[in-house]
Structures are given as structure tokens and as C-alpha cells.
Design a protein around this ligand. Sequence first.
Ligand SMILES: [Zn+2]
Length: 242
Amino acid sequence: MKWYYADNGEQVGPVSEEDFQRLTRENKISSKTLVWHSGMADWQEYGKVRVSDAETELKAKITGNSGESFCSECARAFPRDDMIRYGDSWVCSSCKPAFFQKLKEGMNVGNDMRYAGFWIRFGAKIIDGIILGVLNSFLSDLAQIAESPFLPIHLFLLQIIIATAYTTWLLGKFGATIGKMACKIKVVTDDGGKISYARAFGRYFAEILSSIMLLIGYIMAAFDEQKRTLHDRICNTRVIRK
Ligand SMILES: [Zn+2]
């Protein structure tokens, strides 16, 4: 990583990481010196950069986050190394010019998460239900045609495995099942980041809990300011509109 810093109002750099560290040890760069490296939205005092870099690292460790975030402009996932951070938002390199244009024009930018309400989520569920239903009936037809020694319990287990894999893979990979994609909603972490496969897997089973409680787990979303269901609470996820 190449650094730039301000010395008596002059921009100095690029300097390498080692040179930069040496300059900080020699106090040529203090916590009050304005510095910049690629990935930063703007020049900042070195003291603040150090704190926010440490925070990002810690956060990534705690959440087990893969180091990817959703761009607050185009909503696609990118490695954070390729993005710039502005406040709580991340912006990918291709959206950067448009983002700065908006900033200049004083428009409202950032990661204001728009939480998806009950009905749009319900709509997404129905679409997923239809897809899985078609798959399931296809499977049971197949089992009959083949006159296989499949017992209903085997078929049932297979259907659970398919539903689990469908949900886990799509949520882990795209943040949305096909139903959610169609409804333009997405499952994210509490800070708007991408959810891991492990979290997607856990969430699938937490969701079963929501449904066996006479759907009370789903209805909870109506009374929550962030529209969280029970399984969102258990897995610390949010469902947002893209
Ligand atoms: Zn983008």
C-alpha cells in the first residue's frame, strides 16, 4: 500500500508502507498529520485512520465477515480492498465517480438501509415456495415412475436437503433466493455486509423455528422498527430493499 501525507501544506508521496511506518516512528508523521492511501474517500488525520483501520479489522474478526461488502450504489458485493469507505457505506471502484458527483451535489448518499416489510417478504416466500414445490413434485413423480424403493420418509428427507441447499447457497452467494431477487430484496448483516454461507445455513434452521411458532416469528417483523423476524434476530440479519 502506498501512502501520501501532507508536510507543510505540500503533498508528499507515494511512500511505501515501510517508509511510512519509519516516518511515524521518527515523528515526521504524527497523529495530526493529514494522510491518504488508496481506498480512503478523503484525506484524514493519521490518528483517525489508525483507529478506523483497527476497527474495520476487529469488526471483520468478530463477524467472521469474508471481507466483502455491498456497494451502497449498485448493491453488488466486492472485496473491501477494492472499495472505498465513506462513513458507514462502501462504494465499489466503478461507482466511485458517480458517488463523488453526488457528494459534490450535496445529495443524500450512504447506506440508509431500507428495511423490507412483511408483504414484500411474503411475496418472495411464495415465489420460492412455488419453485421448491415444482421441484418436489417432480421428484415424487420421478420416484413413482422409477418404482423406486424410496419410502415417503426418504423423499421427505431429500426435499429438506434440497430446500436447505437452495436457501443456503443462494443467500450465501447472492444474499437473496430467487424469490427475494424477484422482489428486489436482500439479506444482509446488521451493518449491511454480505452474509456468510454459515450464517445463511443457520438462518434457514432459525427460520423453521419462526414457522413452527404458528408464524409468530414472522409476525414479529411487523412490530420491529428494523422489521426483524425471529430468525433475523437470532442470526443478526436484516432484510433490505435494494
Ligand atoms: Zn458499485
